[in-house]
Design a protein around this ligand. Structure first.
Ligand SMILES: [Fe+2]
Ligand SMILES: [Fe+2]
Length: 241
């Protein structure tokens, strides 16, 4: 008998056991920006049989039994923030310049045969500029404040008022990032290599697909774990004032 219930939010199901992401990815179930939806709602939206998905999630748990998985909801705010910066922000800092060069090169060489590559270039450049600014806002404003909140005995004063304000802005930007990634998937036909592609083309598609996966994890950890924890911590401290 599985402990997973169809009423549980998709983000929560994933938080308990990150290996379940394979099932969600297979069926294109959005676990980051759409992580607040229940499994039942997410399946109904995609016309999927919820019983079948529950069964696959159970099989995934059996397959991954005994594997050490980190449940980030058990970490402290500071540990989670440091992990996000060291893993996902660091990944973007390292990978975006390389991907920019690949996307530009492929558009230049193959754009005549594949005009959609110019569309891809535009979406990618927009995403790059927005994610860079977003990352800075988190690292310079939201994350330092989050760390101050960690273990605080009284509510620290914050110039933006409640943390709900910057969090709302970050979640809105996550939606935009998710939409840009979806558009890149669409423009590359699910990251499929065309018959006349070359190795640079292949490297670009591979890099973009990896970017999508990393961003899904990144947004999941922020939207479904970090932000709800911050709001709950802020509310608890405000209630004690
Ligand atoms: Fe982030
Ligand atoms: Fe973010």
């Amino acid at each position: 008998m599985s402990s997973i219930r169809q009423e549980t939010a998709v983000g929560q199901i994933l938080t308990e056991r990150p290996s379940r992401s394979r099932v969600f990815e297979k069926y294109n179930i959005d676990y980051c920006c759409g992580g607040h939806e229940s499994l039942e709602e997410a399946c109904a939206k995609r016309e999927l049989d919820v019983a079948k998905i529950l069964h696959e999630l159970e099989l995934s748990d059996v397959e991954n039994m005994g594997r050490q998985e980190t449940d980030w909801s058990k970490a402290t705010i500071s540990e989670l923030v440091d992990h996000i910066v060291a893993t996902h922000h660091e990944y973007l800092g390292r990978e975006m310049p390389r991907l920019t060069a690949l996307v530009n090169k492929v558009a230049e060489v193959h754009g005549r045969q594949h005009p959609e590559l110019f569309g891809l270039q535009g979406v990618f450049m927009g995403f790059n500029a927005e994610i860079e600014a977003h990352k800075r806002k988190e690292e310079e404003i939201l994350f330092p404040f989050s760390k101050e909140l960690d273990g605080a005995e009284s509510l620290p004063s914050f110039h933006c008022g409640s943390l709900r304000n910057p969090i709302r802005m970050m979640m809105y930007e996550h939606e935009n990032a998710g939409a840009a990634l979806g558009k890149m998937r669409e423009l590359t036909n699910d990251f499929t290599m065309p018959a006349d592609g070359c190795n640079t083309y292949r490297a670009m598609l591979d890099g973009l697909e990896q970017l999508e996966t990393d961003m899904h994890w990144h947004i999941h950890k922020e939207n479904n774990i970090l932000f709800p924890t911050l709001i709950a911590t802020e509310d608890a401290l405000a209630a004690n004032q």
